[in-house]
Design a protein around this ligand. Structure first.
Ligand code: NAP
Length: 287
């Protein structure tokens, strides 16, 4: 079997995809763009250095590969040249996108990433590549970055829109779907919105973390303006405004829930409570 090239190999999803492909006996190549990252990857992965903003740098990693897992968090200007190179070398691509086509208010707010994702999807569709688009909703692991600092300090979690419902999807389920669609046939043309099994408000999610850790964690509502001030210097204002608009639009209705994870993997998606229980050490002690 020709190897699968995983981009975003040091990222949240790519790193887990690599482990799942190795477990399935699939030869794996990992693309890194900072040379110091190689030591953090499994020894079974063949590591290549390359940069999505320098398309020709990808050629060594692509030559002889059969499929690519594409994650794009780089600036957008080289998307067309990179997709062209993928089509010249490999047969199959699985792209990590977002549910920007889903007609639920949560996913229909102004979102700079949506335009980038739509552009890459259009470029991929214009090639002859076998393609699968995976669209996770809110990743469960976002709560590590968002709420773990307060949880570690023993403080209440202060956050805006506690009543906003999302259906957090476990990163491991997203990675498992990606791995399955990369190395098994039958998913060409597939387009899957991946969610967790249930809608939970953000306050309920903090409660579920408390249940998993065996202690009560208080939730306190924060105003959007407080959230803007808190996020200054840590997140681009476009992302902050996108999140605030999406949460605001989500209040008062259940989150969008799909059966795609179960349909593809044949097992139910992990619950948010399970995610929290499995990440208790990271939530309380740090990475
Ligand atoms: N968070 C969510 O809830 C959510 C939901 C749906 C979709 N998504 C989408 O998921 C994607 C992010 O996935 P993730 O969380 O796994 O990513 P991540 O953890 O942010 O990691 C990004 C990866 O891309 C690599 N990278 C960055 N710039 C690069 C470049 N110029 N050339 C080559 N590699 C480069 C990074 O390498 P270094 O580590 O070396 O920088 C890293 O491995 C985004 O497209 C996001 O919109 C996220």
């Amino acid at each position: 079997m020709p190897p699968v090239l995983v981009t975003g190999a040091t990222g949240r999803i790519g790193r887990v995809v690599i482990g799942q492909l190795i477990d399935a006996g699939v030869p794996v190549r990992a693309l890194i763009h900072r040379s110091d990252a190689a030591a953090t990857l499994p020894a079974e992965a063949e590591v290549f250095t390359g940069d999505l903003t320098v398309p020709e740098s990808l050629d060594p990693a692509l030559t002889g590969a059969g499929a690519v897992f594409l994650v794009w968090t780089a600036p957008p200007r080289t998307t067309a040249a990179v997709v062209e190179r993928l089509a010249a070398h490999v047969r199959r691509v699985v792209f990590l996108s977002s549910p920007h086509r889903t007609p639920h208010p949560f996913f229909q707010q102004p979102n700079p990433m949506a335009a980038l994702h739509a552009d890459i999807e259009r470029l991929i569709a214009a090639t002859g590549l076998e393609s699968t688009i995976i669209r996770p909703g809110m990743l469960a692991s976002n709560s590590l970055a968002w709420w773990a600092p307060a949880i570690r300090a023993g403080d209440a979690v202060r956050w805006p829109y506690g009543a906003a419902g999302t259906a957090p999807v476990d990163d491991r389920d997203v990675a498992a779907v990606a791995a399955r669609t990369l190395h098994r046939d039958g998913f060409a043309g597939g387009d899957y919105v991946l969610t967790g099994p249930e809608s939970l408000t953000q306050a309920e999610q903090v409660g579920a973390i408390g249940d998993a850790l065996g202690r009560r964690i208080a939730f306190e509502e924060m105003t959007p303006d407080e959230f803007r001030s808190l996020s200054e210097g840590t997140a681009p204002s476009s992302v902050v405004e996108m999140l605030l608009a999406a949460w605001s639009a989500a209040v008062g209705q259940p989150a969008y829930v799909t059966t795609a994870v179960a349909d593809i993997l044949g097992v139910a998606p992990r619950t948010f409570h399970q995610w929290a229980a499995d990440h208790a050490a990271a939530l309380t002690e740090g990475p």
